[in-house]
Design a protein around this ligand. Sequence first.
Ligand SMILES: [Fe+2]
Length: 329
Amino acid sequence: MRDNSLEYCLAALDNPVQLGAHLLPQVIAALTDVDVDLYDVQRSAWTNPLIHLRAVFDIHDLPETPTAFIPVPDVATTVSARASAVVCIAALNSDTISYGSENDGHLFVNLVVLPGDGDFADKSKSNMRGHTDGVSFPVRGQPHEFDQRVAPSPDFVCLSGLRNPNSTTTTVMPLSAVLQRLTSEEINELTKPQYILRPQKTFKRGLRKLFGKDSPLLEVMAGIQLLFETEDGYWIRYSHSASETDFDSELASQAITRFEQACQECSASVVIAPGDILLVNNRIGLHGRGVVGGEAGGDSRWLLRTYGLDTRKLRADQRYPDSSFKLYP
Ligand SMILES: [Fe+2]
């Protein structure tokens, strides 16, 4: 960034795959200097759902905290926060991506306290229980229930810290630890296609905007499998909406109750400080957060969020032809 104009650096963020490939050799060289093999980092990212990188980028010129998900203000600090996230995701063999159905497909969004007293505003201040992002989209390798174009949910959720005045915690629950607290019968229940899921609010708004209020993608999904056995252990898709149903089977509902309970018991807390990056593996971990509270704007809490996904097996029709990073829907 020292050698290039802000405009040049901003334009580079329009092609995150190219930017990641351009920056990655410097990261690999820096790792080699401290005797760390990138492969070991990648392996670690798939066994431990949380990588907390401290003081990754400098904070200089921040405006007031925005009061909406988009746009991210274009100043040097947010550019370095974004470029750092892109190269972190590239280092994990993933591409930085967005979905057209969330926040107009912006690659980075502000996670901030929202003004007013609507649903979104309330949610932006309150705590969040363990969930995975993009829960109504399939896990990678699985087809969507009825629309083959729907891209997989993200492999990684990447948070860059800009402000966190009250040291609000981000919580991560490692799936392996959660499952250790369940019986094999309960684990088996979670692998059956018998649960329901609702699309998350930010996606609902975008889906309505793109496809109208009658889109089947907006509906509650039934017959959903939450837990998947893969070559590398279990993967999860989960949100609290999975527990909002009456089950025929006692054990199906018991498995959810015990799973929620285990999530609370296995929750690790991280404070994302300004300049930090947190990478959460969205397959082998759930995430949530503590209460944010306070007022919108000013010096209130401000994170940037983006997603990472291994896109090697994506088909062309799961992308938008006019974007290098935006996925369907
Ligand atoms: Fe989330």
